[in-house]
Structures are given as C-alpha cells and as structure tokens.
Design a protein. Structure first.
Length: 493
C-alpha cells in the first residue's frame, strides 16, 4: 500500500457534540477517555473507519455554551461504507452508547462541496480532492460568533473568507461547519496558522486553535487498561492500522519457488482495446476475487502498453501460492476452475505460458522463469518494481540470452540494498523482471536502468498498490487497465 490512504472529501462525518446537562464535566472526560474515544477506533476499524480526529473544547476557560463540547471528524472509505457499517453489531452497539452522554443539538453529517454560500449547521468541504488526514498536519479552529454581527451577516462574511481559501488552493484539505452562533473549521496543511484561519478567527468573539497530536491506542478491546487521559484542550489525531492495513499483520511470506509466472499473448482475432477491456472488466477482477479463498497470497498483474505485437507478452503476472501443492490443490475448487476457464477467451495458448521459477544456476534457458533470491517474501507488502523489454534490433537471439545471463550474474554478485526478492524470465525476443523491496524501505536502485541497456523497455515502473473497491456481488465496472497497467493487488487474504 502506498503511504497514506486518499479518502474522498465527502466521506467524513463532521461531529458536534454537546455534553448532557446531568453529566458532570469530569465524568464527561472520564467517559470519553475510557469508552468513547478508544471504542470509536477499536469498534469501527473493521467496518471501514479510516481516520478519527476528536477535540475537546469542554472545560476551556470562558467557553460559551453555544460552542460544542466535543468535535470530531471521522473518515470512512466512502459514504456507503459508513451506511453499511450499521449492518454490524459492533457499530450499532457503539452508536447506542452516545445517548446518556450527549444532549441535543448534538449531530453529525457528511459535508457537501462549498459553492459560495453557507447554510446553518451544514458541513462543507473546500478542497475537492482526496487526502489522508491521519498522516498530515491538522489545525482545528473553533469559536463563537462575534456579538457585533448578526447570524446572517456572520455567514455571509464567512462565505467570503471560505471562497478566498478555496481560490488560493494552498491547503490539502479543509472542512467547515457553522451554526448561528459557532464555527468549527479543520485544515490539512503544513502552515502553523494559515491566513485563512487568521481571517476566520477575526469573525469570532471567543476562539481556540487546536493542533491534534498524533496518538496511538496502546491496548485493544479485550485488554485490561484504564483508558486514555482526556481533559479540556485534548485534541488527537488517532493513528491506527486501517482494515486494509490490518490484514496479515505479520505478512504471508511465500517461498520463491511457489510463484506462478504468467506470460500471456492476446488471441489473434481480438483487438487490443477489447483485450484490455475484458482483462480489466472480468479477467483480472476474477483472479483477485476468486482465488484468495483457494490459497492465492499475492497477485501482481501488468499489461503491456499498446500490446506486445507478438514479440513480447501482452500481459504478465506473478501469482503467489503458499506452496506448489497449494496451487495444484486449488484446481479442486469450482472458483479456480471457473477462473481458469476465462483464459481461452482472450489468450492464445500457446504461445501463452506459465510456470514456477527455478534458482538461477549460471545461464538462461528461453522461457524458463528464475528466482534470484532464495528466501520467503510477502510480495503483497512493500514495493514492487517491474520491467518488460524487447531484444534490441540487430542483436542475435543467442547473444541476447547470454546478455541476460550476464546481467543476472552481475545483479546477484552485487545485489541492491533492501531488495529481498527478484524474478526474471526471458524469451528469444524479450525479458520480463520483477523486484521486491521490503515495506518501509526505499524502492529506488539502478537495476531497471541497467537492464534497459540490454533490452529496449516497453514498461518500466514501480507497481501501483491497488485495493479492489468492490467484491464479487458488487456492481462495479472493474479496473481500467489502460490507466492502472501495473498493479500490486491488496488481496483480502
């Protein structure tokens, strides 16, 4: 997965909570710290919560009653993900705990795009692009409307400032909501106090600026612990492993001999646009959705831009299994047999080929895949670099395979730092190469550049980490492989 997860700007719940009259302030803090804040994270991650930034104005000196006692922005995969979360017992249970602690007019909504006017109690987003608020610097302004202006004038002036913030386009994200008597505003960006926040603050009688602190919850739902310390002025940006990050917390290393190396050639009577359309609409989604239940642990497909012209494969893929027997056993399942039946629709077999790699022993045999590091690795996690290229014009076939053999020997003699996996396959006219770098490590080295000296590159890039947005029974068009032509699929293993 790439660093961060870009959440649509309309997929955030904007919460303004008011402490119930019969709940003492210290009890309010205690309930937030022992139940509400940790439970918000621990009970909703698995349902699709992607970010949570709560702040506590309650108890601040001279805070007006009109200003909420707690604010929060809660990010989800999408609005639909949030709605679906109520199908789970965990989220229904968590939501019902609010009643005894908060009073009207406590509420939360999804924001709409700001278009120049402000309606009371309607949240807005100012920046219409995805962002990851968990891993950025957040500044939060909260305050009371100035007594020198009426509510309508307050919203008119507010709209003018928001329009200027939007026009300048200097922040990564901005969310706002105003009632008749209060304002809450969150900004994502590196500036300590931006010009926009300063202008908004000038509209307010009483105000406070929070800088949410990146905070992890050290314990889980079933651990005995007293909870978190919450008090006036607490503001947190909760750091947690989201559900797509929590899968396989320790990874699923696969032995290098247990990966099927696929090289597919488009059926002769099929146009390239139709080929890519079927790949993205059916073939690749079927591979990533039908096979994990049978033991597929990682899947890295690529499509050759413009097609291989019969010289190099039109589509390649690495498919990692627990072991070779696991792959063979998968054919005992209806799901895998159904997926394999799709191949004949779009590929010519031969020349399409697949097979397990063997260790490199000094020379390359045409169409035989090789692994260059003999250690188990989880290729789904971390970074994958990919190269496919053709034999240079005028270079004899035998010389080409010799050049590839020499390149492998040099690569193995001085392997790039942090690389823990590499797979290569060459035919008489092409070479295809994959390289894996451990999670959290830099993925750059000159291996792809050096390979380009012996083969003309057709695609040379770092694979895009791709999380499927839907399942087998969801309505979705599939993957646009003309855009996402080299992906590392984040499987639901």
């Amino acid at each position: 997965m790439t660093k961060g997860f870009d959440i649509p700007p309309d997929a955030v719940r904007v919460w303004r909570g008011y402490r119930a009259n019969n709940v003492a302030l210290q009890d309010f803090f205690a309930k937030l710290g022992t139940v509400f804040v940790p439970a918000t994270v621990e009970m909703q991650i698995a349902a699709g919560l992607d970010g949570y930034v709560p702040s506590i104005p309650a108890g601040l000196p001279n805070k007006p009653d009109a200003v909420p006692d707690e604010t929060a922005i809660l990010f989800w995969d999408s609005q639909e993900t949030y709605k679906d979360a109520f199908d789970t017992l965990a989220v229904r249970t968590y939501t019902l705990t609010h009643g005894p602690v908060y009073r009207p007019p406590s509420t939360a909504q999804f924001p709409v795009a700001f278009a120049g006017t402000v309606v009371s109690e309607m949240p807005y987003y100012l920046v219409d692009r995805p962002a990851d608020w968990m891993h950025g610097k957040v500044t939060h302004l909260i305050g009371e409307r100035s007594s020198t202006v009426e509510p309508d004038e307050f919203r008119t002036r507010l709209a003018a400032i928001l329009s200027e913030i939007q026009r300048q386009n200097k922040v990564l994200g901005a969310i706002v909501c105003a009632g008749d008597d209060y304002l809450v505003y969150w900004e994502l960006g590196d500036v300590e106090v931006s010009d926009g926040i300063a202008a908004l603050k000038a509209l307010l009688n009483w105000s406070h600026i929070f800088t949410p602190a990146s905070t992890q919850i050290a314990s889980g739902l079933w651990d005995a612990w007293p909870g978190m310390a919450i008090s006036a002025d607490t503001s947190l940006n909760l750091q947690f492993r989201r559900r797509w990050e929590r899968q396989d917390r320790n990874g699923r290393p696969v032995a290098p001999c247990a990966v099927h190396v696929w090289r597919g050639y488009k059926a002769a009577g099929l146009s390239y646009p139709d080929f890519v359309s079927f790949l993205g609409g059916t073939f690749v989604p079927a591979a990533l959705l039908l096979q994990p239940g049978a033991g597929l642990n990682a899947y890295i497909p690529s499509v050759t831009p413009g097609g291989g012209g019969g010289i190099l494969p039109d589509q390649t893929a690495l498919l990692f299994w627990a072991d070779q027997q696991s792959y063979k056993n998968a054919y005992g399942t209806v799901a895998v047999r159904a997926y394999k039946g799709l191949h004949s629709r779009i590929f010519d077999e031969p020349p399409s080929k697949t097979g397990f790699p063997i260790p490199f022993s000094g020379s390359v045999e045409g169409e035989q895949p090789y692994y260059l590091f003999d250690r188990p690795t989880d290729w789904m996690l971390g970074s994958v670099r990919y190269f496919i290229g053709t034999r240079s014009t005028g270079q004899p076939e035998g010389d080409f395979l010799t050049a590839v053999s020499n390149w492998i020997a040099a690569y193995r003699k001085a392997p790039p730092l942090k690389v823990d996996g590499a797979i290569i396959c060459a035919g008489s006219n092409y070479v295809v190469f994959w390289e894996h770098v451990s999670p959290g490590e830099s993925s750059y080295n000159d291996s792809l550049d050096s390979l380009a000296k012996i083969a003309t590159p057709h695609l040379s890039k770092t694979s895009e980490t791709y999380t499927p947005p839907a399942g087998l029974w969801s309505q979705w068009p599939g993957i646009d492989l003309s855009v996402h032509n080299c992906i590392n699929v984040q499987l639901d293993r």
